[in-house]
Design a protein around this ligand. Structure first.
Ligand code: HEC
Ligand code: HEC
Ligand code: HEC
Ligand code: HEC
Ligand code: HEC
Ligand code: HEC
Ligand code: HEC
Ligand code: HEC
Ligand code: HEC
Ligand code: HEC
Ligand code: HEC
Length: 483
């Protein structure tokens, strides 16, 4: 009882002081007397607090207490702004750094410009007014600072604001029937969404990933969610150790990703087939389609590796130990180019993390054999290459054998994938085809080289014979001449 009494007193005090302070704004004085909603809400409005009159948005003469004068067209009264006239009205101040400075504000003045470039400016109601005006997101008479929890764009409220349209299939159908309307639903299942529901305002919400005024479509190369830009969008928070200091998660994902095969392919080579953060973590945080858990996500692109792995002895062994399928050997953010060095029983091999002569021994033996097979294929390939080069330099025609060498390279590539069968027999089969081909190519090249020497020898004998003939002829001619 006491508190509500104090509260009423407080409200009264605010209203009285407002009235006193705002005696110069006759629009407000008269309207608040009428008790209409706009003037009631205006009491908390940031514009009201900055001494801005109703006339700033509606026009008219705010000095006059006569309604007919105050609200006369000839005095600039424009009535209730509608459609695009609303945003241009807001922009009169908000796009002018000079005007804003007069009110002692140093806020950015790009909102209108950005809004014009956004996807929301590309759609309109019945071809007339844009669907999103400044007031759509900020309200009209109770506008408060965006850092005020009462603001519709405050992090805890903004998801509700965006999903008013984006979760409504009926609404969206009129603009883009193909656009999904499940963002909020998916978001709720993400770590971001679950913490957001509990009032955590540091997690990502719609505007932290999409921006606010300059929201663009995912296909737009300047969009914050365009694959090549997205990792930086996530890194805004996830690489900021100070921002995340109260959370128990590392802040190295972007740094690692940037240097990974995927990061280099995406960020440097602009190869859009490489994954960005959302390809593994889901767009709105839900795991990507067809993937039960994030550790299965690799298989959406590396299908053959995943297939082989699933049929391998590691599948059961890893499941039992709850080891993730691919990250156990490749990591998740720091994935590097995989090399032969990883296979085998040497210090750089990954197999010895779990296999040794005393532990998981069979795998140890297989690892050793696999590596020996790889080395053998590689040396056979090398020998074949050297022989081909030699034959070519001797001017011999070996293009066919050289072409065949590709099959050995192919087997080499396939064997890199076949490692994931972790099966000696399957692995040996692939490698053996490579070794056979390399052997064949070596044979062809050797034959060509032999032929070269054979021809050279033949040429030598012919030269000797010709020389003898020439000399004999010369001697014969001389004898004839002297006779
Ligand atoms: C002496 C009282 C009085 C003053 C001063 C006054 N108004 Fe009004 N105003 C009213 C009343 C009463 C209405 C509602 C009657 C109507 O719709 O014409 C109204 C209506 C309005 C409307 C709604 C019009 C519509 O089309 O729905 C706006 C906007 C408005 N006033 C703005 C202003 C502004 C801006 C000023 C100052 C420049 C102002 N008023 C000054 C009394 C006043
Ligand atoms: C920052 C700009 C701005 C200021 C300041 C402002 N209004 Fe408005 N007002 C609007 C806009 C925009 C609308 C159009 C409807 C909407 O978006 O809510 C509107 C609509 C109205 C309406 C039509 C009824 C309604 O609720 O839609 C009335 C009446 C009104 N305003 C009165 C006032 C009065 C009185 C004041 C001062 C106490 C005031 N306005 C201050 C922007 C403003
Ligand atoms: C689609 C919703 C949306 C629309 C439309 C919108 N805003 Fe915002 N606005 C936001 C969000 C979200 C924030 C807070 C996040 C941020 O700071 O970027 C914000 C922040 C602001 C701020 C605080 C300073 C700043 O830029 O961060 C101002 C001022 C502002 N908006 C004015 C406007 C004006 C003026 C318009 C119309 C030209 C407008 N807004 C249209 C969503 C919107
Ligand atoms: C007469 C100039 C003027 C007009 C017209 C105007 N504003 Fe403002 N607006 C200001 C000033 C001044 C501030 C306070 C800036 C500050 O505190 O730094 C402000 C603050 C804001 C803020 C809070 C920004 C923050 O600090 O988080 C929002 C949101 C906003 N305006 C939206 C609007 C919208 C929407 C409209 C149109 C319906 C509008 N404004 C029309 C001058 C104006
Ligand atoms: C963690 C970042 C993140 C958050 C939070 C987020 N989005 Fe997205 N959003 C994305 C990404 C990334 C895409 C791009 C999807 C793609 O590549 O197809 C996207 C796509 C979209 C699309 C295009 C259609 C679609 O679903 O692919 C809409 C609309 C959208 N988001 C709205 C929202 C809304 C509304 C919210 C808040 C409830 C939200 N987003 C929250 C990252 C985010
Ligand atoms: C008044 C309704 C409305 C509100 C509020 C709204 N949007 Fe939209 N949004 C749309 C419509 C309509 C489209 C256009 C669909 C199209 O043509 O592709 C759109 C498009 C988008 C797109 C691009 C989708 C694509 O094509 O890739 C994104 C992203 C988006 N909105 C995010 C947001 C976010 C984030 C918010 C909240 C800050 C928000 N929207 C608020 C109606 C709205
Ligand atoms: C506005 C800041 C912000 C942005 C932007 C952001 N996040 Fe987050 N994210 C957080 C916070 C805060 C948490 C909660 C940390 C926790 O408690 O686990 C979180 C949690 C996560 C988690 C769960 C971590 C765990 O295991 O607990 C993942 C995964 C994640 N974010 C991925 C992303 C991705 C991918 C993007 C970009 C598409 C992104 N985030 C953008 C702030 C952000
Ligand atoms: C190739 C897939 C992939 C990519 C790309 C990827 N992640 Fe991850 N991320 C994972 C996996 C797998 C985990 C392990 C957690 C799990 O299994 O749930 C993880 C874990 C996380 C976590 C939890 C904390 C941690 O480090 O373990 C965060 C936060 C996170 N990722 C953010 C990001 C961000 C930000 C990006 C982009 C810069 C990104 N991820 C790119 C697969 C990926
Ligand atoms: C969106 C598709 C996509 C997803 C998801 C994905 N990758 Fe990749 N990955 C690629 C592409 C494309 C390349 C080739 C990059 C390059 O080198 O140009 C690649 C390269 C690699 C390489 C290096 C290959 C080599 O030749 O050495 C490894 C290892 C790898 N990925 C493992 C993974 C693992 C583990 C995961 C899951 C945590 C994963 N990838 C998820 C697309 C994907
Ligand atoms: C037990 C360790 C191990 C596991 C588990 C593993 N890999 Fe590999 N992976 C390797 C090794 C070793 C190589 C290098 C083979 C070589 O170059 O000879 C490799 C190579 C690769 C390559 C490059 C060769 C190619 O196929 O293009 C990709 C891509 C790859 N792995 C993806 C995956 C994916 C996806 C998974 C999960 C389904 C996975 N790996 C699970 C050890 C592993
Ligand atoms: C994270 C630990 C781990 C790594 C790394 C690992 N393995 Fe295994 N592997 C196991 C476990 C556990 C088993 C099941 C126990 C067993 O059969 O010895 C297994 C089983 C095997 C088997 C089947 C043995 C049998 O009994 O039929 C082979 C073959 C094998 N691993 C090969 C490899 C090769 C090759 C590598 C390196 C490229 C490797 N493993 C890396 C943990 C690992």
């Amino acid at each position: 009882m006491k508190t509500s009494g104090t509260f009423l007193l407080f409200i009264l005090a605010v209203m009285v002081s407002a009235r006193v302070v705002r005696a110069d704004d006759q629009c407000y004085v008269c309207h608040s007397g009428l008790g209409d909603e706009p003037s009631q809400k205006f009491v908390v409005d940031i514009h009201f607090k900055k001494g801005i009159s109703c006339a700033a948005c509606h026009g008219g003469d705010s000095k006059s207490d006569d309604m007919d004068i105050a609200m006369a067209k000839k005095n600039g009264y424009a009535g209730v702004p509608k459609g695009d006239a609303i945003s241009t009205k807001c922009a009169e101040c908000h796009s002018s750094a000079e005007t804003m400075k007069k009110y002692g504000s140093s806020l950015k003045t790009d909102q209108w410009d950005e809004l014009q470039k956004s996807v929301h400016a590309k759609v309109s109601f019945t071809g007339k007014e844009h669907i999103a005006q400044c007031t759509t997101c900020h309200g009209s008479h109770g506008i408060v600072s965006v850092r005020n929890p009462a603001s519709p764009v405050y992090p805890s409220n903004v998801t509700r604001l965006c999903s008013q349209c984006h979760s409504s299939a009926a609404f969206m159908r009129a603009y883009n029937p193909a656009l999904p309307v499940d963002q909020m639903e998916k978001y709720k299942t993400s770590v971001h969404g679950m913490k957001h529901a509990k009032g955590d305002i540091k997690v990502a919400e719609c505007a932290s990933c999409h921006g606010s005024h300059g929201i663009r479509s995912v296909n737009d190369t300047r969009s914050t969610i365009y694959p090549a830009n997205l990792p930086m969008t996530c890194a805004k928070c996830h690489s900021d150790a100070a921002y995340l200091k109260n959370y128990k998660i590392p802040t190295d994902q972007f740094e690692k990703f940037k240097l990974s095969v995927h990061g280099i392919a995406l960020l440097e080579k602009k190869d859009l087939s490489a994954p960005a953060c959302n390809d593994c973590h889901g767009n709105h945080g839900a795991t990507p389609p067809g993937v039960q858990s994030i550790s299965k996500v690799c298989g959406t692109c590396h299908a053959l590796n995943a297939e082989l792995f699933s049929a391998s002895p590691h599948k059961k062994a890893f499941d039992e130990q709850k080891l993730p399928e691919c990250e156990t050997c490749h990591s998740n953010h720091d994935i590097r180019h995989a090399t032969d060095e990883l296979v085998g029983t040497s210090g750089s091999a990954i197999c010895i993390k779990c296999h040794s002569e005393s532990k998981n021994t069979k795998g140890f033996a297989v690892a050793k054999t696999m590596r020996a097979l790889i080395d053998s294929l590689q040396s056979q390939q090398k020998i074949a290459e050297l022989l081909i080069t030699d034959a070519e330099q001797k001017g011999m025609e070996v293009s066919e054998a050289k072409f065949k060498l590709r099959d050995a390279h192919q087997a080499r590539l396939q064997s890199r994938t076949m490692v994931h069968s972790f099966n000696e027999k399957q692995f040996r089969e692939i490698v053996s085809t490579g070794i056979t081909v390399a052997g064949f190519v070596q044979g062809e090249a050797r034959n060509s080289i032999d032929e070269y020497y054979f021809r050279r020898k033949g040429l030598g004998i012919a030269t000797v014979i010709i020389t003898i003939l020439v000399i004999s002829l010369y001697l014969y001619i001389r004898r004839v001449e002297t006779e």
